[in-house]
Each structure stands twice: as C-alpha cells, then as structure tokens.
Design a protein around this ligand. Structure first.
Ligand SMILES: C[S@@+](CC[C@H](N)C(=O)[O-])C[C@H]1O[C@@H](n2cnc3c(N)ncnc32)[C@H](O)[C@@H]1O
Length: 404
C-alpha cells in the first residue's frame, strides 16, 4: 500500500478500506512520519533514499516505524521488513536488514527540541512549514503541526447512528466536547466500523458538521453543489432547517455513494450528477447554496497524511481556478436575501478568501454561527479559519449574501 501511495498516487484512506487496525496504524503512521523516518534512515544508506525502489523505501520506513513507534521488538520489526522486501524486491533484503538494524538504535527526535528543525520534529515538508509560519504565526504553527501528527478519532453523526445499538455491542461513545450531535468512539471501534459499513452509523468529522450548520436556515430551495459523499447534506437534511434540499456532485460514482448514505433520511434530498458550473437550476431560484469545494485538503493532514508529500505550492493556482469557476456559477443561483456558504478543508488563502473576493455578494461574519468553543481565526472579510485539532479537521469558511 505504501509503495502504491508513493509511486502511483493512490489514496491511503481508500486502500485501507478493509484493513486491520494494525495495518491502518502502520500505513498512516509511516505516511505521517515519513520525513522523520527518512531523516533517521539517511545516515545508514550509501545513496539517498529517493534513489531506492519504492517498495524498498516502504519496507525500510515501515520497519523503522514499527521498531521506534509501535514498540515492536527490534528483531521482529526487522524480520518483518526483510520478509516483505524479500517478496517484493529480493535483492534488497540484505540492505533492508543491515540498514534497519543500525537505524533502529537511533532515538526519536524530541518534539520540544528547539535545536532541531520543525520539519524533522513534526514531519512536514519545509515549504509548508514556512508557508504556515508566515500565515499562522509561530504559536499556531506549532499547534497545527502537532495536531497533524495525531491519528484522527472515529467520530459519528449521532442522528444518523443507532447509538444504543452500538453501545450494546460494546462501543463507548463520548459526546464531542464542542460540536453537539457528534459522538467520538472511545472504545469498540470494530463494532462502529461494522455499523458504518452496514449503514447503521455515519462517520463524519466534527468540524465538517459545524461548518454545514453555519448555513442559515432556508425554507426555499437549498442547493449543495459539491455534495458527495453527502456528509454535509446529511447534516442539513437531519437538522430540519433545509426542507427543500438538492444535492449534486459531478462524480457519478460518488453520487451513487451519496444516495446510499442519504437513503435512511426521512426527508432525503433530491440528487443529481451535475457539474457545479452547469447545474440544472434557474438563476435566482435558491434561498441557500452550499459549496464545499474540492481543494488541496491541507486541513485534513491527520486523516490524509500523504497530501503533504504530494502537494506543491504551484498546485494551488489550478485548484483556485476550479474553485473560482464553481462559485462564479453558484452566486447567480441565489435569490435576493439568499446565502452562499463557501467552505474548504484547506487552510490556504488562495483557495478561500481569494476565491470569494470580487463576487457580487455581501460578506456576512460567519464566526458567530460556529460553536463558541471551536478554536478559530477570524479573517478581515468575515470568513473564519478553523485550525486542525486533535478532535477535528481544519476548515476555512466564508458566508456571503445576495442583497435583498
Ligand atoms: C470536499 S468534497 C465534498 C464533500 C461533501 N460536501 C461532504 O460533506 O460529504 C468535494 C466534492 O466536489 C466534487 N466536485 C469536484 N469538482 C466538481 C464540480 N466541478 N462540480 C461538482 N462537483 C465537483 C468532487 O467529486 C467531491 O465529491
């Protein structure tokens, strides 16, 4: 899986669909700590790790991760990595054995050691550390980097989950500290995962729930234009304050998934496979529009750790162009007095404030529509950045209104 993520651009979360908790921990842990692991392996390699076969690199990283972070006895971690290497690239088995035996004697960098670079202590690429330093400031930077290194807890939307059934099956569900209606699975994750697969529970990030609820209530038509797999539509449908909901996404496979996810709703939304730049809705027909735009995902590095190794600063311009096309098409759908909520799980201004700038709409401060305890940074234009935290993804949100 690690080699496929690195060499073929696969998404770890998708590959891990049926994985065991241990496989999940190794794959996500290695991706999360990749730079730190490479830093510890480098002194023991004759040539840079970048020149190795991806499968060999993966075996080295996984072996070292198991030895230093999972408390697997060193001989066991090394033997396992050698076994994997022998199967995938037999000539490299000796190298994996020799390098890991030496590297496993290293000590893990102390996160509080100001003498070591932040990139090494928190395993983020230098360019992202520097970008966030100037964007967030030193203190918030350290908090965000540390949050990205923690595994995301499994959180469920209580209204779409048979909580009593789960508790009877041995799950311990704890209400989220800040976002009402979200419960975190504190024990018994296997039963919760089985319930999610069977459609008896819905997994969702707590910040995503808070963001969806920031869209003001509307009795007229509400359009969710980048809606799949349907998490925010589900929050709106179950909340009862958007009774006429239309949810569209351009990806047909994801619309099918959304249909399954929304099937249990008493008032399920109307669904369509449609590009947000050409939805089959009339100008001025919507009381509310939600655009949860496709984005770089820099607020979700806990959950999707490989994003940090893939993304380049240059990619932001293309993402912003696609986002701009979507909001430019969404704004005319609003009736007078109607609201457009624009959100991304990205922390980058190019994908957020710069995308909504210049629209023919007025900005509405959105911070007061989020739960009071949610950490946030208010932006000058009324938008809000919610930084990633151990109990929620990072998001940026803007609320706009067509003058009445
Ligand atoms: C961030 S995800 C949406 C998540 C969803 N709102 C939820 O809460 O479950 C972005 C979605 O935008 C869709 N998308 C990308 N470009 C699009 C476009 N031009 N028109 C419509 N949907 C688009 C993707 O298929 C993806 O499902």
């Amino acid at each position: 899986m690690l080699a496929r993520v690195e060499a073929h651009g696969a998404h770890a979360a998708r590959l891990l669909g049926d994985a065991s908790p241990a496989e999940r921990e190794i794959v996500l842990g290695v991706l999360r700590w990749q730079l730190t692991l490479d830093h510890l392996l480098a002194p023991h390699l004759r040539r840079p790790a970048a020149g190795l076969d991806p499968a060999v690199r993966a075996a080295l990283r996984a072996g070292l991760y198991e030895a230093l972070r999972m408390r697997t006895p060193v001989p066991v971690a090394v033997a396992e990595a050698v076994r994997v290497a022998r199967r995938l690239t037999p000539p490299a088995a000796g190298l994996v054995n020799a390098v890991l035996r030496r590297a496993a004697a290293a000590s893990w960098p102390d996160p509080g050691d100001a003498g070591a670079p932040l990139a090494v202590r928190f395993s983020h690429p230098d360019w992202l550390v520097e970008r966030w330093r100037s964007l967030l400031g030193e203190e918030a930077l350290a908090t965000v980097l540390a949050a990205d290194q923690q595994p995301a807890p499994l959180a469920l939307l209580a209204a779409a989950t048979r909580c009593e059934e789960l508790e009877a099956a041995g799950c311990r569900l704890v209400p989220h500290a800040v976002v009402p209606g979200v419960v975190t699975v504190a024990a018994g994750a296997e039963a919760a995962v089985a319930a999610i697969r069977a459609g008896r529970a819905y997994a969702i990030d707590a910040t995503a729930v808070a963001v969806a609820r920031a869209l003001p209530a509307a009795s007229g038509l509400t359009a969710d234009l980048a809606a799949a797999p349907g998490g925010k539509s589900l929050v709106l449908a179950l909340g009862g304050s958007h009774p006429r909901l239309f949810s569209a996404d351009r990806n047909l496979g994801r619309v099918a998934l959304m249909r399954r996810n929304l099937a249990g709703c008493a008032s399920a939304p109307a669904l369509a496979a449609a590009d947000a730049t050409a939805v089959p809705l009339r100008r001025g027909s919507c009381a509310a529009v939600l655009v949860d735009a496709p984005c770089s995902g820099t607020g979700t590095l806990r959950r999707h750790p490989e994003i940090r190794w893939r993304l380049r600063a240059e990619d932001l311009a293309a993402l912003a162009a696609a986002q701009r096309a979507i909001v430019r098409a969404a704004a005319p759908l609003l009736a007078p007095g109607g609201h457009l909520l624009y959100a991304t799980c990205s922390l980058e201004p190019e994908e957020n404030a710069e995308v909504v700038a210049g629209l023919d709409l007025e900005a509405v401060p959105v911070g007061e529509r989020l739960p009071a305890g949610l950490p946030r940074r208010d932006l000058p234009g009324g938008g809000v950045v919610v930084p990633p935290r151990p109990d929620g993804d990072g998001f940026t949100v803007h609320l706009l209104r067509r003058p009445a």
